[in-house]
Design a protein around this ligand. Structure first.
Ligand SMILES: O=P(O)(O)OC[C@H]1O[C@](O)(CO)[C@@H](O)[C@@H]1O
Ligand SMILES: [Mn+2]
Length: 439
């Protein structure tokens, strides 16, 4: 097949790789934390019948423990048997994976992207088969804590946007520089994810926009100017709608930076409408669910500071007048929690692709979205970003991503080698970043 022309996928089987460490240590730890959370609140799930609630929890805990041990001992993957509507697609992926491996694919021998997504899908499977925990979010406490810890940084950032919007943005040069600022703030917001930190120090305590100059040293590719030039040109046509889509990643501080970016795009009239794409269920610990999105705005609205309160109020109005739209239709959200790279969207979720193609700009947040943009293959670092997209959409897009997995493309020759010399784990700590685009 044509796949022969492509590099191999990242695999957890390669001992010493980040994928290996993830499946060996990080994923079991995430499951342990999840189990602990459920253990600590066995009576909260059913007010009516305490005993029944306890048994329900026990069964969930038992199944999650079994999942953890199956991963740790590299057992064969199994088919899903739940009622969630993407079950068949997942089982089809199972067969495809098996036909490639010709035997019994296991947690470590299968493509890392696939198994890592499968782990989060398995958690949903277990919850969906429970009596009282179908809608339970095992990561909610972690997400809420991170959000509260980030409030001071959010107040700073909100005040910065507030100031920016008070000055005249009529000058193209200033407008461009500010857009680049907010793209970069949203980018660095991606450093805060709870699946990498295991729940620790994931909040933002400093003033992000003040750090942009310091951080720029770690920004390996920066297409933000190109993105502005493009938006500015299409902005000359005042009549047409300018929809921008943000494919969200993490809740907490990162989501806030996305909201700030969205507000800037609207207030500066570079866009007329923003569509937000959350995950339909809890995913990779900290990813935004529709509930997280709405709760976040509520929590901001209750903050003691005027500035957060004002923005929260404005964002509630935007949700009303639909200048902000939260995409929740399952037909349009289910693709994001499949293991599929985005070039497959045209076959797997044509309705989502159709929606995205009505957009002027797609902003993909974070590491996992990046891995799916480039199919999680071991590309040479010099491979062009557009080539790695494998034909995924003629719609202009950009990826704001801090590096947390051993895949990155579009680097100038020699860059990867020279960083690797002084920073062996440069690809996996979130220290470095890229803003890449097909424009
Ligand atoms: O929230 P993000 O930026 O998608 O990152 C999620 C995490 O998931 C991974 O993609 C796999 O564990 C990491 O590389 C990263 O730490
Ligand atoms: Mn994430």
């Amino acid at each position: 097949s044509l796949d022969m022309d492509y590099p191999l996928p990242l695999l957890a089987a390669e001992s010493g790789s980040f994928a290996y460490n993830t499946m060996k240590d990080r994923v079991p730890r995430i499951l342990t934390k999840c189990i602990d959370t459920i253990t600590q609140k066995p009576f909260e799930v059913s007010d009516q019948n305490v005993e029944e609630g306890r048994l329900d929890c026990q069964s969930v805990i038992g199944q999650l423990s079994q999942l953890r041990s199956e991963i740790m001992t590299d057992k064969s993957l199994t088919l899903l048997d739940d009622e969630i509507d993407d079950c068949e697609v997942w089982n089809a992926r199972f067969e495809q994976n098996r036909s490639v491996h010709q035997s019994h694919p296991t947690w470590f021998s299968s493509p890392w992207l696939y198994v890592e997504c499968f782990m989060y899908r398995k958690i949903q499977s277990v919850l969906s088969k429970s009596n009282h925990m179908k809608k339970f979010d095992p990561f909610l406490d972690q997400k809420n804590l991170a959000l509260l810890q980030s409030l001071p940084a959010m107040r700073n950032l909100a005040a910065f946007l507030d100031q920016v919007l008070k000055i005249d943005l009529g000058d193209a040069k200033i407008l461009g520089l500010r857009l680049q600022d907010f793209l970069q703030v949203s980018l660095w917001g991606n450093r805060c994810d709870l699946s990498l930190s295991g729940g620790e120090e994931s909040s933002q305590t400093t003033d992000p926009h003040k750090n942009l100059t310091t951080l720029s040293e770690f920004l390996l590719v920066d297409c933000s100017k190109k993105v502005f030039d493009y938006l500015y040109i299409i902005n000359q046509d005042k009549k047409t709608d300018k929809v921008v889509d943000i494919i969200l990643d993490n809740s907490g501080f990162e989501l806030f930076t996305d909201l700030i970016l969205a507000e800037f795009l609207l207030a500066s009239k570079l866009a007329t409408k923003i569509r937000f794409h959350p995950k339909r269920f809890p995913w990779f610990v900290s990813d935004v669910t529709p509930q997280d999105f709405l709760d976040t705005i509520d929590i901001l609205g209750k903050d003691s500071s005027q500035v957060l309160g004002d923005f929260a109020l404005r964002w509630k109005e935007r949700l009303q007048d639909e200048t902000f739209t939260l995409i929740t239709d399952e037909n349009l959200t289910s693709f994001w929690t499949l293991p599929d790279p985005f070039y497959l969207m045209k076959n797997v979720s044509p309705s989502l692709l159709q929606l995205l193609e009505t957009s002027k700009l797609l902003i993909f947040k974070g590491d996992l979205n990046y891995r799916k943009l480039v199919s999680d293959l071991k590309w040479l670092h010099e491979t062009s970003f557009v080539k790695a997209l494998r034909g995924f959409t003629s719609t202009p897009l950009c990826s704001l991503r801090t590096l947390k997995a051993e895949v990155v493309v579009g680097l100038p020759t020699g860059v990867a080698e020279s960083i690797a010399k002084c920073d062996a784990d440069w690809m996996v700590t979130g220290k470095y970043a890229v803003i890449q685009s097909n424009i």
